[in-house]
Write a protein that binds this ligand. Structure first.
Ligand code: SAH
Length: 244
């Protein structure tokens, strides 16, 4: 009889380059912001085009990753998921909380293309919900006949959240968008999709407030405010100097 494993060591097989540079404003699941685009750079022995031979037959892939940005906070058996308004407790294993016994996340993302640049295998993905520099511990093809269960019950998370927020841009924001048109052609759509998820704490949903929020996407500091309960204005978009 073999022993029960009590510890295991995993090494990242890849690292994510994401427009989400901080946790605030990252969508709460993949696919909600389909204009989010990122890449995965394969690492070590896995950085070999043979490791991904055949992968582009699949439009979507599973990513298993480490919640490296919240790992040190540990976990508790009960958590308050945002979908329950952030004020009801439920077992951690009944949620997709980032604070888990093992800090492992899983996301289905769209695989747009695979590239080799200077001997580095790069996977281009979209719809990600991942923080920049997220360590990837495995990649597998998404197989709809088995991975998708259309009639499954999903309790408090049965359907995609319906928020119906509208987003508008101030004059300053519009002119900055114009100057960034070449570099980031889909930026306006991306900002709109991110904000229409309402990144504020769950208890504020469907409520207005006067606070000016800041979020970082790419190398941009984006300031926005609620104009009404269902209406957001992007006030300013500023490049963060010295970053790339
Ligand atoms: N789809 C995954 C993650 C859901 S939680 C799963 O179900 O396992 C999504 C949240 O994870 C995002 O809102 C973001 O704030 C957080 N997140 C994404 N990447 C992270 C990382 N590397 N470290 C910590 N938190 C991360």
């Amino acid at each position: 009889m073999t022993e029960v494993i009590s510890e295991l060591t995993l090494s990242p097989i890849g690292v994510v380059n994401s427009p989400y540079k901080e946790k605030f404003a990252i969508p709460r699941q993949p696919g909600l912001v389909n204009s989010a685009k990122g890449t995965i750079k394969l690492l070590g022995d896995v950085n070999n085009i043979e490791s991904v031979r055949g992968l582009t037959q699949f439009s979507h892939i599973w990513l298993l990753f480490v919640f490296h940005g919240s790992q040190e906070h540990g976990w508790k058996p009960l958590v308050k998921p945002p979908r329950l308004g952030g004020n009801k407790k439920i077992g951690v294993l009944a949620t997709r909380s980032t604070f888990r016994p093992n800090p492992i996340g899983m996301s289905v993302v769209k695989l747009d293309k695979v590239q080799v640049i200077k001997q580095e295998v790069i996977l281009h993905i979209s719809g990600l919900d991942l923080l920049d520099k997220t360590p990837i511990i495995d990649i597998k093809p998404y197989v709809p006949y088995s991975d998708s269960v259309p009639n499954a019950n999903a309790g408090f998370a049965q359907t995609e959240p319906q928020l119906n927020l509208t987003v508008e841009f101030s004059k300053q924001a519009q002119s900055t968008l114009l100057t960034l048109k070449q570099e980031l052609p889909e930026l306006a759509l991306f900002i709109k999709q991110v904000l229409s998820q309402d990144p504020r704490p769950a208890y504020k949903q469907n409520k207005t407030d006067k606070k000016i929020y800041g979020m970082i996407l790419y190398n941009l500091n984006i300031q926005w405010q609620m104009l009404a309960a269902t209406n957001i204005e992007v006030i300013q978009i500023n490049r963060i100097e010295g970053s790339c």
